[in-house]
Design a protein. Structure first.
Length: 136
């Protein structure tokens, strides 16, 4: 597996839609949440799913994104806005359209960072966006 290269060139990334980036970013974000809950918080197994769902939903992601906005580079902000403004399907009942758009923007940003190999930047933004409520 040493020749596994998951990053894309800037040219290849141009052909990836915002919603495809969000699809990747959703998985990246959820994996980080699961890792944190399993390894850092050492939550009991019966609570892991509940705690994950509480952090990986549109309202929680939208709130986290608000904390991250001042930290974004101009390029990251452009990627976020592309995702936020993407034509998504109807928002889930648990989120307003604005929350769903901001959550999609966060996922797009995380997907773009992942596919460009900026893993350290993902870690910085993930840590910076933590809520005090994450302590539950």
């Amino acid at each position: 597996m040493s020749d596994l290269n998951l990053t894309l060139s800037p040219e290849a990334l141009k052909s990836v839609s915002e919603l495809a980036l969000a699809h990747v970013g959703d998985a990246v974000f959820e994996l980080l949440v699961r890792q944190e809950l399993c390894c850092v918080k050492a939550a009991p197994m019966r609570d892991l799913h509940r705690m994950t769902v509480a952090r990986v939903n549109a309202p929680a992601q939208a709130a986290r994104m608000e904390k991250l906005l001042p930290l974004l580079t101009p390029e990251e902000l452009t990627v976020y806005k592309r995702g936020r403004n993407a034509h998504t399907h109807q928002a889930p009942k648990s989120a307003s359209p604005g929350q769903y758009a901001r959550a999609t923007g966060l996922e797009t940003l995380f997907g773009w960072l992942w596919l460009t190999g900026q893993i350290d930047r993902i870690a910085v933004l993930f840590a910076a966006g933590k809520e005090d409520a994450d302590a539950t």
